[in-house]
Design a protein. Structure first.
Length: 381
């Protein structure tokens, strides 16, 4: 994209207007780049809205009255999925894992054995809001053996950790651009397996002639060889998605993933050396590379810690958790460009200063040393 100077601000702004139309071939090429990123040979549909659009579209397309579904809840999004699943007329079996850990393949296997009629499983890969990640490879193998469809919300994992859609048996894999890809929030994408297409086509209740319709995209776009777009593409967002994926490719997906892992390891190690806070997710292997959640000490309100940390440095990606967890959980976002050594260091410095201001004794020097060592170890592999 070209840039022009803005005479009023005396700075460079991107030129967003008067672009040539985005062609069908270009739109298809962007979908193919996303497919490569997801390690899938299945159809990928780019959808013109934030990732909640394809997530709802998947559920309404694949789930019908009489379905029994397993909804695995490991954070706030699972609750949302449960509401959609019920509104489709499905019987919902809920498996809830504590936000301090992950769902396990054994629990999933037990639920499937107890309810052999389950034909759809919804799972969130990584939870940015609660800082945990689930073992999708193992859970996917269990679901595949049972024969149910597997929907995965990979919005907070794509680019931050391995995502092997086909190898793991994920039938519907949803991503957005706004987390580790450091891209746009206004377009998203979903991969759809052949099994999922069959199920959706057989579902009389699946949305048709609707913004929520996956079938519309199949009939009007994919089946016609992706030569004519069904409506005007969200051009700016699609171009931004392409730039984001290209930038990941240029850096190397493995390097981007390593940066996120290093940010997670450094934040966890730094906080443990700091004192006054503890990682909310107990085991390292259950910690999401995209964000680290922290627990405030007994009697200390997490919101006050966040406010005090931001008073030290307003630029750090530290926030209080939403909703019921706000009093006890602090979230350090280190996804996208924030998966960066300097950002992690600054976050720890701000948390140290904030805690000190609240009268909590901390060891900022030990935190910096531990974070640096953990970053180096993660990069060395
Ligand atoms: C961020 C995220 C989304 C997208 O939702 P927003 O509320 O728009 O950020 C969906 N699922 C998961 C697991 C996410 O982390």
């Amino acid at each position: 994209m070209t840039a022009v100077s803005d005479p009023t601000a005396n700075s460079v702004v991107p030129d967003l207007l008067d672009l040539p139309p985005l062609t069908a071939a270009h739109f298809a090429r962007i979908e193919d780049k996303v497919a490569a990123l997801l390690h899938t040979r299945c159809d990928v549909v780019a959808m013109q809205g934030e990732a909640l659009l394809p997530l709802e579209a998947c559920i309404r397309s694949a789930v019908r009255p009489g379905s029994t579904v397993l909804n695995i809840i490991t954070g706030p999004y699972g609750e949302t999925f449960g509401g959609w699943l019920r509104s489709c007329g499905a019987e919902v079996v809920t498996l809830t894992a504590p936000f301090t850990g992950a769902a396990g393949p054994q629990q999933v296997a037990d639920a499937l054995r107890k309810h052999p009629e389950i034909d759809f499983v919804s799972l969130v890969h990584a939870e940015a809001a609660t800082g945990n990640t689930n073992p999708v490879a193992e859970i996917g193998a269990v679901v595949r053996e049972h024969g149910a469809l597997l929907m995965l919300d990979a919005v907070a994992s794509v680019g931050a950790e391995p995502l092997l859609t086909d190898e793991w048996g994920v039938d519907l894999c949803v991503i957005g651009g706004q987390k580790a890809l450091a891209g746009p929030a206004g377009v998203s994408a979903v991969s759809v397996s052949a099994r999922a297409w069959e199920r959706i086509a057989a579902n009389e209740q699946a949305p048709r002639r609707s913004y929520l319709s996956l079938l519309d995209w199949k009939e009007r776009w994919i089946d016609g060889g992706r030569t004519a777009l069904p409506h005007a593409p969200a051009q700016l967002e699609m171009l931004a998605l392409e730039q984001a994926v290209d930038r990941v490719e240029a850096e190397g997906l493995a390097a981007v993933i390593t940066r996120h892992r290093a940010a997670s390891a450094a934040t966890r190690a730094g906080v443990q050396a700091l004192g006054g806070l503890a990682p909310y997710v107990v085991r390292d292997e259950d910690a999401a590379p995209a964000a680290t959640t922290l627990r405030a000490s007994e009697g200390v309100d997490a919101r006050e810690v966040v406010a005090a940390a931001l008073a030290v440095d307003a630029a750090v990606p530290v926030q209080a958790a939403a909703g019921a967890l706000a009093k006890e959980m602090i979230r350090v976002n280190h996804y996208g460009r924030a998966a960066d050594r300097a950002v992690v260091t600054a976050s720890l410095v701000a948390l140290a200063g904030g805690l000190r201001a609240l009268g909590v004794s901390v060891d900022a020097e030990a935190a910096a040393l531990a974070a640096g060592a953990a970053w180096d170890a993660a990069v060395a592999g």
